[in-house]
Design a protein around this ligand. Structure first.
Ligand code: ADP
Length: 235
């Protein structure tokens, strides 16, 4: 479970996240939607413990910057950060040792689904952006985290990997994990989410749950465009 409570992040005087609060439960998929610059990556990096901010962020009841909380967190950054001189296999070994995982049998099916089995001996610098992204996704899941955050995960992936990633979201949900996905690409967002938070200029301006059967309720796309598109005068 993830709890974000009153988080404000400023870069100098610029407020990138303005008093954000939201909760994502176990077995729930939350998406953070918003145009470029809305502040999605900033809150994601704050959850990952990479930024200083005011407010509180808890992972399964633990403050996010504690080692115990970090063990429960998986993070797929917007831009994969692989080591140039480590092979794909060495990246997995590095994570396995860092998290002291005795058992990491989950890596084999991940390698197969993301078509990385024959890339194990390639160096980080030899991989395409999409392959790096797939390795980054695998690295985030090796230690079987309870809360997984994905920052713009579809960018750079081929259609097969996008299909597999969407299936993976569903599997993580069914396994009771807490999943947070940030994206600016409304087209890639299908029905796999439970709650959508729409961000504009550092604030959450709308929250929509995906469990209503009300035919009169606006679709996520309609709500998103209504909020984010400025009406053109005399159009
Ligand atoms: P998003 O992920 O929604 O595209 P970001 O969280 O990356 O948005 O950025 C939110 C705002 O904060 C943007 O206006 C961006 O220019 C600004 N910003 C992001 N990182 C920095 C930084 N390191 N220094 C100054 N401003 C930043």
């Amino acid at each position: 479970m993830l709890v974000v409570n009153g988080v404000t992040k400023k870069y100098g005087k610029f407020v990138a996240n303005d008093n954000l609060s939201f909760t994502v439960g176990d077995g729930e998929i939350a998406i953070l939607l918003g145009p470029n610059g809305a502040g999605k990556s900033t809150i994601i990096k704050s959850i990952a413990g990479l930024l200083k901010y005011s407010g509180d962020i808890e992972i399964n009841g633990l403050m996010n910057k504690t080692v115990e909380a970090k063990k429960l967190l998986g993070f797929v950054p917007e831009i994969p950060a692989l080591y140039d001189a480590l092979t794909v296999e060495e990246h997995f070994e590095f994570i396995r040792r860092a998290y002291k995982c005795e058992n990491y049998d989950n890596i084999k099916p991940l390698l197969e689904r993301f078509e990385l089995t024959d890339k194990l001996q390639k160096l980080g610098k030899e991989l395409s952006k999409g392959m790096q992204q797939k390795v980054s996704i695998c690295c985030a899941l090796i230690h079987d985290p309870n809360v997984i955050i994905f920052d713009e995960p579809m960018v750079g992936l081929d259609p097969h990997a996008i299909k597999e990633l969407k299936l993976l979201f569903g599997e993580l949900k069914r396994a009771g994990k807490t999943v947070i996905i940030s994206t600016h690409m409304i087209d890639t967002v299908e029905d796999y989410w439970d709650v959508a938070n729409i961000m504009v200029k550092g604030k959450i301006v709308a929250t929509k749950r995906n469990n209503t059967n009300n035919p009169d309720e606006k679709s996520l796309q309609d709500l998103f465009f209504e909020i984010t598109e400025t009406p053109r005068e005399n159009a």
